[in-house]
Design a protein around this ligand. Structure first.
Ligand code: NAG
Ligand code: NAG
Ligand code: NAG
Ligand code: NAG
Ligand code: NAG
Length: 390
């Protein structure tokens, strides 16, 4: 999820933090843990209509003693973990599982509140700590900070997941609130200080994807991983962008100098100017002012007519085929009734922002995120099951 603003913590941070002192001895250091992800059609969302339409990736976590289970959107574009509170009475909460502190013997309140603003939606509530568990074999973290959200905007009513789990490498100024992966990495819990992400290129499958904490599953990609240094943006998994390419040729006049990997966003989000520059570099795409998007007759959206779109990073052109970013419109057809396809390269970022590479890119490229400052990095390889993009 792209965040429109930084978390506005109401209270100042305490001077000294101890994020690491409470890691459980039970989980042997050097482990790898697998975590299945879901997209659409899962019965984990009891509303089958919503489940069929859902477009965010999510997995199951547990919080509390005894464990209360929740689903959380996995979001490499934000850095906080939150769940809807039992105290929240709007449909955005009541259509989801709600965390009840009274039902957990390990719940602890903190002196902190939190407000988060996403590109779509906002949440606010208390910072609590409780026992958190994720993956298989389960990684358990004592006193994991999370937002117990009492205000959740209506945007979340149509989403399958109960809450959000941020995975970006952003520090936290609030004690205990550091996101779980960074606590695992800082606490040397994992075989490697990394997680990896496979988003199934087949979006109709009930297997939405897989996350691995501590390493990666070699069955999920087809040729060697290629590394890109993460720039220390302090906020995102961000890298330098050498060029945007069409058919292997650099598109001239691109504003963005960087790219971020964001599993919480579906499309590829760019600045208003890059939106024009990139889409107009593809012959056949035309701006449709009603839809505020670039469209092309679907019959022209073929690999032969639309060359691969690439993002060149650390010298390598990571390309995606047109099937990964041109999609048929459901409600709109061409004037002769034939199908129209739209471009998922969408405006929304500021002129100096990095390009947001959402699920449309990440389904084609398996990704590994290694937190090892000052040598943090992202590695990519063609995803197993993809329509061919390397
Ligand atoms: C189920 O989800 C759909 C789509 O989000 C919504 O329109 C409908 O009201 C929901 N039904 C219930 C019972 O919450
Ligand atoms: C939790 O317990 C407290 C103290 O017994 C009570 O006042 C409060 O209403 C309870 N909250 C919920 C959500 O049950
Ligand atoms: C929570 O929602 C209530 C009612 O809509 C509103 O008055 C209040 O300002 C919100 N609190 C925060 C922290 O956003
Ligand atoms: C960037 O590419 C060079 C040349 O292929 C490679 O040696 C280097 O390891 C890459 N950077 C990272 C962070 O992997
Ligand atoms: C960025 O640098 C700071 C200071 O060295 C460090 O604390 C932080 O973890 C680094 N972030 C990343 C993503 O490497």
């Amino acid at each position: 999820m792209r965040r429109a603003a930084v978390a506005g913590l109401r209270l100042a941070a305490l001077a000294s933090l101890c994020q690491l002192c409470c890691l459980p001895p039970a989980f042997a250091a050097g482990s790898v843990s697998y975590w299945p992800l879901y997209l659409s059609g899962s019965s984990l969302d009891s509303n089958s209509t919503r489940s069929a339409e859902n477009n965010v990736y999510y997995g199951v976590i547990s919080m509390g003693t005894p464990a209360q289970q929740f689903t959380v959107n996995i979001d490499t574009g934000s850095s906080q973990l939150w769940l809807p509170s039992i105290l929240c009475t709007t449909p955005s909460c009541t259509t989801h599982k709600q965390y009840n502190p009274n039902d957990s013997s390990t719940y602890r309140p903190t002196d902190y509140t939190v407000e988060l603003q996403y590109a779509e939606g906002a949440v606010a509530g208390f910072v609590d700590t409780d026992v958190f568990s994720v993956g298989s074999p389960a990684i358990t973290i004592q006193n994991q900070g999370f937002g117990e959200m009492t205000n959740v905007s209506s945007d979340f009513t149509t989403v399958s997941s109960d809450g959000v789990m941020g995975l970006s490498p952003e520090a936290s100024s609030t004690p205990s609130f550091l996101q779980p992966f960074l606590r695992m990495a800082d606490g040397n819990l994992l075989a490697q200080p990394e997680f990896s992400l496979w988003l199934n290129p087949d979006v109709t499958s009930l297997t939405g994807g897989e996350m691995v904490f501590g390493g990666y599953n070699t069955a999920r990609f087809t040729s060697p991983l290629q590394g890109i240094a993460a720039v220390n943006s302090s906020k995102y998994w961000q890298v330098n962008l050498d060029a945007v390419t069409i058919g292997g040729k650099a598109v001239s006049g691109i504003q963005a100098k960087g790219a971020i990997f964001d599993s919480g966003t579906t499309a590829i989000i760019v600045s208003t100017q890059d939106f024009q520059t990139i889409n107009e570099a593809v012959s056949g795409l035309q701006y449709n002012s009603e839809l505020q998007a670039y469209v092309i007759p679907c019959e022209q959206a073929t690999n032969a007519n639309v060359p691969a779109l690439g993002f060149k990073m650390n010298g390598t052109d990571f390309t995606i085929p047109q099937t990964a970013w041109l999609f048929e419109l459901v409600d709109t057809q061409a004037s002769d009734g034939s199908p129209l396809c739209y471009s998922s390269i969408s405006p929304g970022n500021g002129a100096s922002d990095p390009i947001t590479l959402g699920a449309n890119f990440l389904r084609e490229w398996f990704s590994v995120y290694t937190y090892e400052p000052p040598n943090s990095r992202v590695q990519l390889a063609p995803a197993s099951g993809s329509s061919g993009s390397a």
